[in-house]
Design a protein around this ligand. Structure first.
Ligand code: 5AD
Ligand code: SF4
Length: 476
């Protein structure tokens, strides 16, 4: 077990950061008394749910500092991008967005621009920002999140640039303020980091080694969420099946799930992400035995060919994966299954890609999240040679979507006419007269209804289906 003293931030450090939050609050209050308007902060988040969860802590700190959280960067006094390093596309967007802020900063020198998250944990990226994006005031990595108040204070006091990209395996801090998104669902991080080192993946380098939160801290947070009226939680970790290995010899993720199920008020529990090599019979049995645990599993397969899986360092075979899926389906018929797929991993041939399609046809996932391989400097796969051209990879990618779209639609079609219990999360993104919620399996259902249902469960009859969502009619 690792040395926890180096993992959990001491209460003194947390208190010192809270003092700084208070100092900034006083400055912002004085500004408000003088000008009658509050300073505004804008946060843009890229990447996975872990980043969304980190941004909720950033929002919590900013709000406690007296900033008003704003959806518009045009009126913001502080803009921060919480970045993702998993694929190049997301990185390019950040560079583009940062470039576009240069003009804004020259018109408004008081504007503070920050950039944080996984991208900044890569030395070359932080150096590039330092050299080429001189209008950026604050740069910090994932391991510095909990020091954000002191970093921002330094920028405010000295009007100088502050860069904090510390190379640790990361820390955990409890009792930071959090501002969560609207609705009845909340994210709860149970562990951080990853030890798996899949050969294509940057995450272990930017998020550090696996470290779990104490079970009592997690359960206490879930109890307070229940008391605040939240009905659904999603337990988060890069590899939740490793939960507790660094802390306990006899308490694992299944035990945590069972304990979470005992908390009154929380009616639905989801979790992500599970690694296929680690998913245990105990976890499958725990899911099957507890009504509160949603019958939904995200189990990234990445590829279907055994040679490719081995070079990816995934440590399972196609047959082993399919065997686990069989067991899961036997124990939980009707479970919603989703996965991640990488197309065009270095060396993958067209014939090997056929094995990925075969997995799709055999498992019949409800949805897949698919990506064309993106080279990440510093990972083992970055120096491996390609067999397929970019065009060929794109052709494989399009075929993948074609095969999956048909399966997704067929699976949704089977739900037509069924009455499903939907937790209403809010209004639809495209039409505010339409409510939007999720089934136990995590499928989005849109239907007309009164806003009084937001935050509540509703019985909805499925009247029409799309590839990625369902359409329904509320049953009173
Ligand atoms: N290129 C493309 N996709 C990647 N992922 C991780 N690393 C890469 C990469 N270098 C995908 C995997 C993972 C998901 C979060 O992102 O499918 O499960
Ligand atoms: Fe990346 Fe693999 Fe860890 Fe997932 S399990 S975060 S793909 S290294």
């Amino acid at each position: 077990m690792s040395d926890r003293k180096n993992v959990v931030l001491s209460p003194d450090v947390v208190e010192a950061q809270k003092d700084i939050i208070e100092q900034i609050f006083q400055i912002n209050e004085a500004f408000y008394r003088l000008c009658g308007v509050r300073k505004k902060a804008f946060i843009e988040t890229y990447g996975c749910q872990q980043n969304v969860s980190d941004s909720e802590i950033l929002a919590g700190m900013l709000s406690s500092m007296g900033y008003e959280l704003s959806d518009s960067k045009d009126e913001a006094d502080f803009i921060i991008y919480n970045t993702c390093a998993v694929r190049e596309n997301a990185e390019l967007k950040v560079y583009g967005n940062l470039g576009a802020l240069k003009h804004k900063k020259s018109k408004n020198p008081g504007l503070i621009i920050g950039v944080c998250g996984c991208m900044m944990q890569q030395k070359e990226v932080a150096d590039t920002i330092r050299r080429k994006y001189k209008h950026v005031d604050l740069v910090f990595g994932t391991h510095s999140l909990y020091y954000f108040p002191s970093l921002l204070k330094q920028v405010l006091d000295d009007s100088s640039r502050v860069v904090d990209v510390r190379e640790t395996d990361g820390s955990i801090a409890e009792n930071y303020p959090v501002v969560r998104g609207d609705g009845p669902c909340a994210w709860v991080s149970v562990m951080y980091g990853c030890n798996n080192f899949c050969s294509y993946c940057i995450v272990p380098y930017v998020r550090g080694r696996e470290r779990s939160r104490e079970k009592d801290a997690v359960l206490c947070e879930i109890r307070s969420l229940a008391a605040a009226g939240y009905k659904e939680i999603t337990l988060l970790g890069q590899n939740v099946n490793s939960y507790g290995k660094d802390l306990y010899s006899d308490y694992d993720f299944s035990d945590l799930l069972s304990d979470a199920c005992k908390i009154d008020g929380i009616e639905r529990i989801r979790f992500m992400t599970s690694h296929p090599k680690d998913i245990s019979d105990k976890l499958i049995d725990t899911m099957a035995a507890n009504d509160k645990i949603c019958k939904q599993l995200h189990l990234p397969v990445q590829a279907g060919n055994n040679r490719v899986l081995e070079v990816m360092n995934r440590r399972y075979t196609k047959e082993g994966y399919l065997e686990k899926i069989k067991k899961i389906k036997e124990k939980m018929p009707g479970i919603t299954l989703t996965t991640d797929i990488i197309v065009g991993f270095p060396g993958e041939t067209k014939e090997e890609f056929e094995d990925t399609l075969d997995v799709l046809r055999k498992v019949r996932y409800d949805t897949i999240f698919s990506f064309i391989y993106s080279k990440r400097a510093g990972t083992p796969a970055a120096v491996m040679d390609d067999v397929l051209t970019h065009e060929e990879k794109k052709e494989c990618f399009d075929r993948l979507l074609e095969v999956q779209d048909e399966i997704s639609l067929e699976k949704n079609e089977a739900l037509r006419g069924k009455v499903m219990k939907v937790l209403v999360e809010g209004t639809s993104k495209t039409d505010e007269n339409v409510l939007s919620g999720r089934t136990e399996g995590g499928k989005i259902v849109n239907f007309e209804g009164d806003s009084k249902y937001i935050g509540e469960f509703a019985d909805v009859e499925i009247t029409d289906v799309r590839t990625w969502s369902l359409i329904g009619k509320i049953i009173d």
